[in-house]
Design a protein around this ligand. Sequence first.
Ligand SMILES: [Cu+2]
Length: 211
Amino acid sequence: MLVSTLFTVTLLQTVSASIVWKANIHIVNNYIQPDGFNRSYFLHAVLAGTSSTVGTFPGPLIVGTKGSTFFLNVADHLTDTTMLRSTSIHWHGMFLHGSSWADGPVGVTQCPISPGNSFLYQFSVPDQAGTFWYHSHHVPMQYCDSLRGTLVVYDPYDPYRHLYDFDNESTVITLADWYHLFTVNGATFQPPTVLVLLQILRMFLKYVGIL
Ligand SMILES: [Cu+2]
């Protein structure tokens, strides 16, 4: 089944506007064709954006400065009832000293954000600089269905700054898998035949990620 899975590795340059360390991030459903292939007319992507109706893949670039405290309010506007509508965001690589509650993993540090609600992630970055990323940390499906983006922390005392002519949103390149099919547990799969569950039977279902 997995052998027949179609997917592409897509080079995506961030063209969406960047947002700074204090912002609202809206999570929305929309149809996208990042590689020109309309994977399905009924299969939404899960996107981050700067408005309550439009999102992008990758999500908006988030920019801050070493020493900043980030205030990122994530608002859930997900509408597709055939998909998971709750969400959360994990700030990948951030140490989150003293603010592990804002780390994002559902079931570990927080409950999911429910549709129509928001969650304010607040964390300081006193001692890190570089290129990081953020992604859904609810279940892997949203991550693979495009809820991910880049987070850049600039060092105001970067000793190599004089070597760059440009260092802005146009120089961020994201390499990502983009799946043409449903995602389950981090890997794509063909929509299965209908699974009939009987109350008297116990089933050991095994989903295997092969990324
Ligand atoms: Cu991560």
